[in-house]
Write a protein that binds this ligand. Sequence first.
Ligand code: NAD
Ligand code: TYD
Length: 350
Amino acid sequence: MKTIIITGGAGFIGSHVVRRFVKNYPNYRIVNLDKLTYAGNLKNLKDIENFPNYIFEKADIVEEEMIFSVFKKYNPDGIIHLAAESHVDRSISNPKEFILTNIVGTVNLLNAAKFLWQDNYNGKLFYHISTDEVYGSLGEDGYFTEETPYDPRSPYSASKAGSDHLVRAYNHTYGLPAIISNCSNNYGPNQFPEKLIPLAINNIKSMKPIPVYGKGENIRDWLYVEDHAAAIDLIFHQGKSGETYNIGGNNEWKNIDLIHKLCEVMDKKLNRARGKSASLITFVKDRAGHDLRYAIDSSKIMKELGWKPTVNFEQGLEKTVDWYLLNEEWLNEVVSGEYRKYYELMYKNR
Ligand code: NAD
Ligand code: TYD
C-alpha cells in the first residue's frame, strides 16, 4: 500500500483531488494534511470521510516540527502539495501570510520529504501544484508555455513563483524527484465565494450588486475543477520528474462577458425575467496591479500524457450553479461570520 500526503485537501481543488484519489485508488492510503484556514472546510469531503483509506491530519505547513512529525508518522511515498494562501486580493492586503504559507511552508515540506527519503528516492515524488499567474500578464495575443520566463506581479503570484523555484532547486541540487504543474483559473463546486464565479453566484442569488473590477476587460482561461483533478492524477502517475506541465481550459473569457453568461444561467435557474440578474452588475474600483490576461498553452500535457479538458464551459457553469443552489447550507455557513467582515473590508472602498 502506498501512502500519499495531499496538502490543502480541505480546500477547493484539494477536495476534488482527495476525493478522486480516495475513490480511484483503494490501495493508496490518502492523508489529507490541512490547517483548516478560512478556506479549508471538511464538509467538502463529507461523502468520503469514512472511507478506510482516508485520513485527515490537521497541521500547519509553516510549523516545521509538526510537519516533520506528520511525515515520520505516515512515511509517505508521495506528496501532492496544494496547501496555499490562494486569493490575489487577500495577498494585496496581507502579503506576509502568503510568504509564510506559500514559501516557508513549501520549504518545510521539501525538507521533510528530503529528510525522510534520505536520498533513497526510488518510487518517491514531490508534486507541487502551481498557477499560471507566475508567468505574469499577457497582452492580447500569445500563450504561456512551460518555457515562458517567470514574471509574477502580485504578492500571491510572487509567493507561488518563489515556491516553484525552490521545488526546482531541490530537484536540481539534491535530486529530489519533483514535478510542477501550472494551471489556469479553476471553477466548480466547493470554491470559496471570494473568487469571482462563486462570489457572483452568491450575490446574484441574494440580489446583491455583482462587483466587476475596472471595466471587466481582464481575461482569464477557465477550467472545470474536475478536469484539473484528472490532470493532477495523470501527472502524478505518468509525469516525468524534473518536468513542468501547463494545464489550461483553452477557454478564455473577458470578465464582463463571463458575468453576463453567468447571469443568463442564473435567470434561467431562478425563473427570473431575462436581464434581471445582469441588472446587478456594478463596476467598481480596479484591483491594484490587475493582470490583464492569462492564457495557457496546454499542448505538452495533451501530447505527452493524453490529457484534455472534458467539460465545456456551458456544462461546467450549469453544474456549478446547480451545486451552489442545491448546497445552500454550505454556502450560508461559509458566508456567515468572518466572511461578512472580509466582504465589508474588501469592497467598502471600491
Ligand atoms: P483554497 O484557498 O481553496 O484552499 C487552500 C487549502 O490550503 C485550504 O484547505 C487551507 O485550509 C489550506 N491551507 C492554507 N494554509 C495552510 C497551511 N499553512 N498549512 C496547511 N494547510 C493550509 O485554494 P485552491 O483554490 O484549492 O488552490 C489549491 C492550490 O492550487 C493552491 O496551491 C493554488 O495556488 C493552486 N491553484 C489554484 C487555482 C485556482 O483557480 N483556484 C489555479 C491554479 C493553481
Ligand atoms: P479571481 O477569481 O480572484 O481569480 P484571479 O485573480 O486569481 O484570476 O478573479 C478572476 C477575475 O475576476 C480577475 O480578473 C479579477 C476579477 N474579479 C472581479 O472583477 N470582481 C470580483 O469581485 C473578484 C473577486 C474578481
